[in-house]
Every structure is written in structure tokens, then in C-alpha cells.
Design a protein around this ligand. Sequence first.
Ligand SMILES: Cc1cc2nc3c(=O)[nH]c(=O)nc-3n(C[C@H](O)[C@H](O)[C@H](O)COP(=O)(O)O)c2cc1C
Length: 197
Amino acid sequence: MDVASLLARRRMTRSFDGSPVDPAWLRGACETALLAPTAGHSAGVTLSVVGHERVDEYLAVATDPTWRARSSRYPGWSRAGALVLVSSRVSAYLERYAEPDKADAGLSERDAWPVPYWHGDAAMATMALLLLIEEAGLAAGLWGAFRNVEAVRHWAGLADDELFATVFVGRPDGHDRPSASLDRPVPTRAERVRRIG
Ligand SMILES: Cc1cc2nc3c(=O)[nH]c(=O)nc-3n(C[C@H](O)[C@H](O)[C@H](O)COP(=O)(O)O)c2cc1C
């Protein structure tokens, strides 16, 4: 399937059927996803695979009992066949951009970055992984990093990394309800492509 078709077909899935995802396949897909661009060849992104048997453990750390009791989507997420935690090591970028060929950029201090390239790299690798998952006939859902982030980092042993997102991977069970976000009126894709001059 060509890239345009994969992009058109890919949609976030939030309810899985509980079957495991082959860990060897997922590890290989993660390695392939890391062919994505990386600023200054910093290679600061890490993809951490969590097997099917530890999805519940992750959710116990990443969420709280109130959310689990109230969320109608929690059971569907908990049936994911595997997870991938996407993180990046900020120091890899600070060190790379302090090297002689990059020093003129003035980016050797964290606060100097108008756009943190480590998040850009993490997003690029994430998108590549989403397309590989789609190509394999599997499905994925994504959580941004906003809840219990420190606890997840600690649990995953990501001492020096910033968490970017968690990718839930699996097979849809057909009970997905589209996100309410999709009902929002937003500019069309055509309106978001513009020409300057
Ligand atoms: C950075 C980022 C964070 C996201 N966080 C969440 C999340 O926490 N929970 C969720 O259900 N979806 C999350 N999403 C998925 C979006 O809601 C979804 O991509 C959007 O509604 C468009 O739907 P589509 O990807 O199926 O086209 C996130 C997506 C991105 C790019």
C-alpha cells in the first residue's frame, strides 16, 4: 500500500481485542521507525516496548483509580496487544549542538531552543511507527504525555529521557467510539495549505 493510502486509512484506535502483538515484529518495526529524521543526527529518541502481559501494569502507573473507574474507554485501552513508549534524551541534543560544527546555532543550553528538536524527532519516529503499524494490518492509539508522567518515566527506567507519548498497538475489537474531538469544526486540510507570495 502506498504512503498516501496508509495516511488516509490510519485512524486512532482506542478499543482493542486483547490479542498480543508479536514482540519480535514490534521491535523490528521500532527499529525501522527510527530511520526517521533526527536533528543533527543526534539520535536521541528511544522506543521502549511494553509486552501484552505488562499493559495493565503500565495503566496502573499511568492512570489513577478515579480515571479508571470513570473512563468508558479504559477497558478498551487495557486490551491493547503491546505498547511503545516514545521518549527522547534532551542531553543528546544539547551535546550535539555544542559540537564545533553546530556551536554557532547557540543551542547548547536547553532554554535557548525556540523549538525543542527532541520533541520533533520523537514525533517523526512516532509517525513512522504509526504508518508501519497500519501497513502491518494492526491499529494504534496514542496518548500524549500529560498524566503521571514522572511515575511512568520512573517505571520505565527512563531516567534521562523526556516522555513524548505512549503508542497502544493491537487489533481493533470493533467497539471503538470516535473521539469527540473529531466533531469539532476545524479548517479543512486544503485551508491549512497556503502559498506565500
Ligand atoms: C501529540 C498527540 C497527543 C494525543 N493524545 C491523545 C490522548 O491522550 N488520548 C487520545 O485518546 N488521543 C490522543 N491523541 C489522538 C488525537 O485525538 C487524534 O489523532 C485526533 O483526534 C485525530 O484523529 P485521527 O488520528 O484518528 O485522525 C493524540 C494525538 C497527538 C498527535
